[in-house]
Design a protein around this ligand. Structure first.
Ligand SMILES: [Zn+2]
Length: 442
């Protein structure tokens, strides 16, 4: 019997597969990878054969589990059409949308349905959803879980938007007990409200003032509390956007003890340093804040030794007026950095300068992010996996021009930065014209 013809075969002299860079020929049928052969095994029988250029590397599509799309309700900040187009252009083929900044926030099934409907109409990459844990919605967590959210996000201090209030510690404990009952996942914005209340308030154009208003101690204290409650309840927890490298030993110790905790950091904490943020440059404002160069290098060390599991964007855009460029006041400006389209190139540029390879990038930004949310057939090139593939030219250089990005608003901390690495094409489910699909928790 002749072998079944594939829909697509991609032949690459360099492909990141199984934690290595190898030459390979990837066969795709019905949206899945069905064979991986040596590239010199002969041209296979396929409807379409794509031969990559020698300067190109085939990567699995990245999975970004921390994206604020903001639609509906704040679509002028970002929406599914612009966000997913930017993601695709940046090599990200799957995003998981955060439950806040949209209106309504995703704190019950009715709100989730509203989001799913909007996303289905407009998205060009795969989209999953986080639910939200807010005061008074503990009884909504299981229905949201059953409806397919990948887990729940909560804050321990004011989130920045009134409709998504933070949990107190007793409320967090209650939510963790509930989430543990169905072996769900809680993801936490870990900054402690009391520590921040005691710090000087953010005001003025100097970045140092903003940094002092969000001290490392606030993160360290909150992470300590989250780990203690995870230990006590057995609930799986994930620390969002780690900025304070001081917390790494504590997280590593908890992991060694078997506490079910994972941790992410973001491109801006790995690329920038507080000392270099110009006065009034509020495009660099985010919470927790970008810290000193020494802290940045300690985060890279945390990635090297495996204490930090993932790198995700925390893409959190807003309209330019909310960044208050008129005054440059860090106290008044919205906190959030837009980076969806440039995160791969930004992280790769900094990673390669420190001796890391594309296999590291794939582990942090694709495989581990997928695994963290249970998407075990994404974020890797493997037989049976989704054929979400990206062609990356790691040596091609470019300068970020914010006006050229697909982000809805032309504001990003990466503007005018020279980066290495260009995404030349991508496939979702083996198709270059696929619009992606909505994903439910597996
Ligand atoms: Zn966020």
């Amino acid at each position: 019997m002749p072998p079944v013809q594939s829909d697509l075969v991609v032949r690459a002299s360099r492909a990141v597969i199984g934690g290595q860079e190898v030459a390979a020929s990837i066969s795709v049928r019905d949206g899945r990878i069905v064979a991986i052969d040596f590239v010199d095994a002969g041209v296979p029988d396929a409807a379409l054969v794509v031969e990559l250029d020698p300067d190109e590397v085939l990567l699995p599509g990245l999975v970004d589990t921390h994206v604020h799309v903001n639609e509906p309700g704040r679509t002028e900040w970002e929406g599914f059409a612009s966000a997913t187009r930017a993601a695709a252009a940046g090599g990200i083929t799957t995003i998981v949308d955060m439950p806040l900044n949209s209106i309504p926030p995703t704190v019950d099934v009715a709100a989730l349905e509203i989001k799913r409907k909007v996303a289905a109409e407009k998205s060009v990459v795969n989209v999953g959803f986080w639910g939200g844990a807010v005061p008074g919605n503990v009884d909504q967590l299981r229905p949201l879980h059953d409806a397919g959210v990948f887990g729940f996000k909560c804050f321990l201090l004011a989130s920045g938007v009134d409709e998504f209030p933070p949990l107190t510690l007793p409320e967090l404990e209650k939510a963790l007990i509930e989430i543990a009952s169905f072996d769900g996942l809680m993801i936490v914005h870990a900054e402690n409200a009391e520590v921040i209340a005691e710090a000087p308030p953010a005001a003025g154009r100097e970045y140092s003032g903003f940094l002092e208003s969000r001290p490392r101690a606030a993160e360290n204290r909150a992470i300590e509390q989250v780990i203690a409650l995870s230990r006590q309840t057995g609930c799986r927890v994930h620390i969002l956007h780690l900025s304070s490298a001081d917390a790494l030993p504590m997280i590593a110790a908890a992991k060694r003890d078997g506490v079910r905790v994972t941790v992410e950091t973001c491109p801006h904490y790995l690329c920038f340093a507080a000392e270099a943020v110009p006065a009034g440059a509020t495009q660099f404002k985010c919470c927790p804040p970008i810290r000193e160069a020494g802290n940045r290098e300690a985060l890279w060390q945390g990635l090297l030794d495996g204490t930090i599991d993932t790198i995700v964007t925390d893409h959190s855009p807003c309209t330019p007026d909310l960044k208050r460029f008129d005054t440059g006041d860090f106290g008044d400006a919205w906190g959030g950095i837009a980076s969806l389209q440039v995160s791969l190139a930004a992280v790769w540029t900094e990673a390669r300068a420190r001796g890391f390879t594309l296999t590291d990038i794939v582990r942090w930004m694709a495989t581990n992010t997928a695994d963290q949310v249970g998407m075990t057939d994404r974020g890797r090139i493997e037989i049976g996996s989704a054929a979400d593939l990206v062609v990356f030219a790691p040596d091609e250089k470019f300068t970020v021009d914010v006006a050229q990005l697909y982000h809805r608003n032309p504001v990003t901390a990466y503007d005018r930065l020279g980066l290495s690495g260009v995404v030349r094409r991508s496939w979702i489910a083996g198709s270059e014209s696929s619009t992606g699909r909505l994903l439910l928790r597996y």
